[in-house]
Write a protein that binds this ligand. Sequence first.
Ligand SMILES: Nc1ncnc2c1ncn2[C@@H]1O[C@H](COP(=O)(O)OP(=O)(O)OP(=O)(O)O)[C@@H](O)[C@H]1O
Length: 265
Amino acid sequence: MATLETRNLVIDIPGRADGRPLSLCLAPGQRWGILGPNGAGKTTLLHTLAGLQPPRAGRVYLDGAPLASHKRKAVARCLALVFQERQDGFPATVLETALIGRHPFLAPWQREGAEDLRLAREALAALAVDHLADRLVTTLSGGERQRVAIATALTQTPALWLADEPTNHLDLHHQVAVMRLLADQARRGATVVMGLHDLNLAARWCDHLLLLFPDGQHCAGPAEVMLEPRALERLYGQPLTMTRVGGAPVFVPTPDPGDPVDHDR
Ligand SMILES: Nc1ncnc2c1ncn2[C@@H]1O[C@H](COP(=O)(O)OP(=O)(O)OP(=O)(O)O)[C@@H](O)[C@H]1O
């Protein structure tokens, strides 16, 4: 279990005014989506929550203590990161990459054991990349690489997921599979925080939302309150039409009379 809190947090975006400081509590079992237009600061916030980037003001707390006061290894045992940029600097196989998720649990001289291998193979199977175990990650497609990154995080058995665009590069089937996996992680008590571009994935899979505006303003709360079409239109600067499918709201950009739409199809 891991509770992440921000108290009067201002993320450090060069040249931007402070905006409104962010005070949030992200609790075990919750699925948070961070929404906002390009450049709003979703990635910067996730990096700040992970302790990879210092805030301009305020603090991040993990289980009641400042994140910086925890030993880095203890943080690595509890917090998994799935980030957009990824360096495949050396030619590791898919299995070796997934096993990186076990490193926080091993001493520097220790090799991975049978249990580590079991967890890695299970994670690769959960992301449907087990058949690629012996392939070099540098040879994978974008979607396969993304699923290996999520499998590596899963191998870590984290209490807290910070995932920037977890569905990046994924086709529709794998988008749903990954969102189901993260929902299952939350059901088992993990805290799940995702930066998302897809409003409809957020509407369907998140129970809490943080709307980040490019001027540093924000609003946050339960998804059913945050999914207010006027607020979302303001967030994206885009007129939206909402409908419901299976009870969940679905948003599409409102067609403009000038758009090339063939109504006879
Ligand atoms: N090193 C830097 N120097 C100057 N500006 C930066 C730097 N790093 C990030 N920024 C700016 O900070 C802002 C927030 O970037 P960030 O990547 O957090 O946004 P985002 O919401 O994740 O965007 P996107 O949806 O495009 O991924 C952007 O305007 C970006 O250009």
